[in-house]
Design a binder for this molecule. Structure first.
Ligand code: AMP
Length: 189
């Protein structure tokens, strides 16, 4: 099974990915984590990524798709057993690129789990996470920018995947356990 976990910044994609990995044994690809690892290792791509992440902007599609393709190749064996994509795709061109990358590997997306959370709760969660995690892009100014970017560039993907018949919207508020139960019900219904 190959899944995309979809939603705005702060919607709980990382937390719910952990639950899905534990339940279905999926390989987790979080593009945010991949980029932060590049930054920590001081790679060329990391240096470029840092300039976008610190401003709350998306990396250019071509660069991001190249980094994702490298990640798929570097983990080919685990990827073949099933993947959860977290934070990718974030634009329509990325969704098309993902389809191509998977097709070449004899794979496809089986479901897109969309975590739906009201905006005031997203902001509250991200500000709190910024205090707890120290993530440099969880500050009020960058949070606002990231949510704007989500509405402009990423939210249109919801309709894209509704059109493909793979979108499963889930209420993303309440306890972590309740949300996880809703996701499993949506996937197994
Ligand atoms: P995240 O940890 O998923 O919130 O991602 C943190 C930041 O990494 C985002 O605000 C973007 O700057 C960058 N990023 C992560 N995934 C992507 C993507 N699919 N396309 C472009 N930029 C991305």
């Amino acid at each position: 099974m190959n899944l995309i976990i979809f939603g705005a910044p702060g919607s709980g994609k990382g937390t719910q990915s952990e639950r899905l990995i534990a339940r279905y044994g999926l390989h987790h690809i979080s593009t945010g984590d991949v980029l932060r690892s590049h930054i920590a290792r001081g790679t060329e791509n990391g240096k470029i990524a840092d300039t976008y992440i610190s401003k709350g902007q998306l990396l250019p599609d071509e660069l991001m798709v190249g980094i994702l393709a490298d990640e798929l190749d570097a983990n080919a064996e685990k990827v073949a057993k099933g993947v959860i994509f977290d934070g990718f795709p974030r634009t329509i061109p990325q969704a098309h690129a993902l389809k191509d990358l998977l097709e070449k590997r004899g794979m496809k997306i089986d479901a897109v789990v969309g975590l739906e959370v009201p905006e005031d709760e997203l902001i509250e969660r991200l500000v709190k996470r910024g205090i707890d995690s120290g993530r440099s892009d969880d500050n009020p100014e960058t949070i606002k920018k990231r949510i704007d970017v989500y509405h402009e560039q990423t939210h249109p993907l919801r309709d894209f995947y509704v059109g493909e018949g793979s979108y499963k919207g889930v209420h993303g508020t309440g306890s972590i356990d309740d949300i996880a139960d809703r996701i499993v019900k949506a996937l197994e219904s």
